[in-house]
Design a protein around this ligand. Structure first.
Ligand code: FAD
Length: 363
């Protein structure tokens, strides 16, 4: 067994929710050579491979993981000028995502990922989850992803068209795609001014901040500061609370389903119904994306009514953001799952809509 592989390691401390059992084997991977050796060893031993980044979007079971868990720590950020206004940024999987954003916006004055400031976790997970915030998604700027196949050990480059990006979704979440271990992501950014404020809450909070600072021509770094300030107000910066960020995805509905949902809201939650309009977005497909936080706000499971309360004395709702379930201390993974299931059932019973968890369950 390679010397950097350890046995029986507690995984809770490697997750932002602070829960989860032990890994049978665990390795911090800092080079591609270590990665290929570890893949070979796991396959020889007949072990499953599980990849971890910053652990900010996973719920690891209390029973632990009977596998080799590899925490990706390969470092490196390289910028490549492409002539004209474009610049490619090649970032290795183990870099903190927000360090990449800081480098791009503050040091290189590049546009493209400023709205994705302050998202916890490492680069390798960003295409998996297709991270998204304030109207921007990493898929808007991904050029390609370099990854190793965890069974054949083969390295390949997947072009953006092969990543099949969707809302919090990608090829890397499919049965075949989840066999790939990402080592590097290439992003295409630009020096051309293009502040993205299409998303309502982005334009409002970014605009408010920019105005309050008396800025007339915002730089990528100004927008980054605006986004960080907005995220701080909702408890969504790394380390503020023991959470996985938004625990649930927003809901995508067909037109008829949306009409039915709106009727339920207007009939039973008149006061809320008046407020529904800012909380749904018509997609290019014609479907409607509805804020799950809004639906939860109509139930007892919201940051105001639930404030100070807990489920099983251990799991709560962030006092700053309804979608964020928090470990109040001493929660188990089962506690969090049970609370999430209770909320899913409540939304189903109230609106006939099934909400889904955004968090990856391991195993
Ligand atoms: C406070 C807070 C705020 C957040 N805000 C946002 C937000 O605004 N927008 C958003 O989209 N997300 C948000 N998140 C969720 C999370 O930060 C992102 O999903 C992030 O990209 C997860 O990165 P990670 O390195 O922690 O991944 P992990 O949680 O470690 O892993 C997530 C998944 O990716 C897989 N994975 C990780 N690394 C690799 C790799 N190298 N190769 C292959 N698979 C890999 C894992 O197996 C797992 O399935 C937030 C989380 C928190 C705690």
């Amino acid at each position: 067994m390679p010397s950097y592989i350890k046995e029986n390691i507690n995984l809770a401390k490697y997750t932002t929710l602070g829960v989860g059992g032990r890994a049978r084997y665990f390795a911090e991977i800092v080079t591609e050579e270590e990665l290929t050796m570890a893949i070979e060893w796991a396959n020889t031993e007949g072990l499953k491979i599980v990849v971890l980044g910053g652990g900010s979007n996973v719920l690891i079971g209390d029973g632990g993981v009977d596998a080799l868990v590899m925490r990706m720590g390969i470092q490196g950020i390289v910028s490549e000028a492409r002539g004209g206004v474009e610049e490619y940024v090649h970032a290795c999987a183990g870099e903190l995502w927000d360090d990449v954003v800081a480098t791009a916006t503050e040091e290189r004055a590049l546009w493209g990922i400023e709205n994705l400031s302050g998202i916890p976790g490492r680069v390798g997970a960003t295409p998996v989850q297709n991270i998204n915030a304030y109207g921007a998604s990493v898929s808007d700027v991904v050029v390609s992803v370099d990854a190793y196949h965890s069974i054949t050990g083969e390295k390949r480059t997947l072009e953006v068209s092969e990543c099949h990006f969707g809302y919090r979704d990608s090829f890397f979440k499919t049965d075949e795609g989840s066999k790939y271990i990402i080592v590097r992501v290439t992003l295409k950014l630009t020096k051309e001014q293009q502040a993205n404020t299409v998303y309502r809450s982005a334009s409002q909070s970014i605009q408010r901040f920019i105005e309050s600072e008396g800025i007339t021509m915002p730089t990528p770094s100004d927008v980054r500061r605006a986004v960080l300030s907005a995220r701080k107000n909702i408890g969504m910066l790394p380390g503020m609370l023991q959470s996985a960020g938004s625990f649930f995805k927003n809901v995508i509905l067909e037109k008829e389903e949306f009409v039915r949902l709106r009727a339920i809201i207007e009939e039973n939650y008149a006061e809320k119904g008046e407020q529904l309009s800012p909380w749904h977005w018509t997609l290019l497909s014609g479907q409607e994306k509805v804020s799950t936080a809004f639906l939860m706000e109509c139930t007892q499971y919201n940051k105001t009514d639930f404030k100070g309360k807990t489920f099983n004395n251990a799991v709560g709702i962030s006092p700053l953001h309804t979608l964020s379930l928090i470990n109040c201390g001493g929660a188990s993974s089962d506690d969090i799952s049970a609370f999430a299931s209770e909320i899913i059932l409540e939304i189903k019973n109230t609106f006939g809509v099934t909400i889904e968890s955004e968090v990856c369950n391991i195993p």
